[in-house]
Design a protein around this ligand. Structure first.
Ligand code: HEM
Ligand SMILES: *[C@@H]1O[C@H](CO)[C@@H](O)[C@H](O)[C@H]1NC(C)=O
Ligand SMILES: CC(=O)N[C@H]1CO[C@H](CO)[C@@H](O)[C@@H]1O
Length: 319
């Protein structure tokens, strides 16, 4: 009697363990349903990259905004309608780009394997390919994310460029990222750029933490007056190699030549300054850690198994 109860318990435990394994992300997840999924995404990303090199940085940022709000569930991709708002209506998303590219990649996936590959997986693969196309190290992306069925503007609590680093470190820690990993992810600001609206106040009200030559140059580029987003100039974070994943960002921080206030604070904050100095001096270590951190970012709060859905069109729910 006792032994059969024990046996039963063991069996339940085994079944639970199997169910858990079934649901975990897996690099072979589409082996049967869409074996070419990764190649389809990569080919599409290559084509898009050669016509618009600014796309890859935008895709990396999209992944961050997706994964840190409700997890990597493609909630950032939902277009607001008159009846239902979405994350895209929230302030930090006003400068997001790359939605058309996601739609194009998803169309290619749907043509080959209808209703198989989730938008969340598509975006994770696109970001991996974006890193590689920008010269970063390739990393494996385990698959099987499901798409969320909620996207709410009031849940977008992403830090502002003028956030205090203490708060930002707590925010990243709440999602499982150490101060070191946060510094490594900030390294994404070695590609792409920012609108002047994200840092103009640092030009007109100098905080003493921006190199004076950079401040004057940026004042020339941006002007002192606020402009609507569509006419606001944008400028590269790393003007020497704006489309290369490299450790220049850290050298910029150490010479006070970075645009965003929160980035600059990382050069002096006691919890981050040693990491900034280390990665400024260690290009290979940065490349390695950046890919690891991107892989980790891709797995934040994913929906698995039967949760959510596989969207047919990434910008709207299925029903
Ligand atoms: C405290 C954290 C962060 C803040 C406050 C922040 C803020 C910003 C801002 C203000 C911009 C410029 C938007 C514009 O004006 O057009 C930007 C761009 C960008 N961010 Fe971040 N960011 C953060 C973390 C991250 C992370 C973790 C990643 C990725 C791993 C990332 C990737 C990017 C990329 C690639 C761009 C360039 C986008 C483009 O060229 O279109 N950021 N970020
Ligand atoms: C950067 O700015 C800080 C003040 O925030 C100053 O102490 C430091 O000397 C500056 N470093 C460089 C290289 O200009
Ligand atoms: C990229 C994107 O969807 N941006 C939107 C952010 O929200 C504003 C205001 O709701 C929209 O006008 C943008 O189109």
């Amino acid at each position: 009697m006792v032994s059969s109860v024990v046996r039963l318990l063991l069996m339940v435990q085994l079944l639970l363990a199997m169910a858990a394994t079934d649901e975990a992300l897996d690099t072979g997840y589409y082996a049967a349903t869409c074996p070419d999924a990764e190649a389809i995404v990569r080919n599409a990303m290559e084509r898009l990259h050669y016509t618009d090199p600014t796309l890859a940085p935008a895709v990396i940022r999209l992944l961050f905004h997706d994964c840190f709000v409700r997890g990597c569930d493609a909630s950032v991709l939902i277009v607001p309608t008159p009846r239902y708002s979405s994350e895209r209506a929230a302030v930090p998303n006003h400068t997001l780009r790359g939605f058309g590219a996601v739609d194009a990649v998803k169309r290619a996936l749907e043509a080959a394997c209808p209703a198989a590959v989730s938008c969340a997986d598509a975006l994770a693969l696109m970001a991996r390919d974006a890193v590689a196309l920008l010269g970063g190290n390739r990393y494996d992306v385990a698959l099987g994310r499901r798409d969320g069925t909620q996207s709410n503007p009031w849940e977008v609590d992403l830090p502002a460029p003028f956030a205090r680093l203490d708060d930002v470190l707590a925010y990243f820690a709440a999602r499982g990222f150490s101060a070191e990993e946060t510094v490594v992810l900030f390294g994404a600001h070695t590609v792409g750029g920012a609108h002047c609206s994200s840092f103009r106040y640092r030009l007109t009200m100098p905080d003493g933490a921006m190199d004076e030559t950079l401040r004057c140059d940026m004042l020339d580029t941006c002007g002192a007056a606020d402009l609507p987003l569509d006419t606001d100039p944008a400028t590269f974070f790393d003007p020497d190699t704006p489309f290369t994943v490299d450790n220049n960002y850290y050298a910029q921080l150490m010479s006070n030549r970075t645009l965003l206030q929160v980035d600059q604070e990382a050069a002096t904050h006691p919890d981050t300054a040693p990491h900034v100095a280390y990665y400024a001096a260690s290009p290979d270590a940065f490349m390695q850690r950046f890919s690891e951190a991107m892989a980790k970012l891709s797995n934040v709060g994913v929906l698995e198994g039967d949760a959510g859905e596989v969207r047919k069109v990434c910008s709207r729910y299925n029903n």
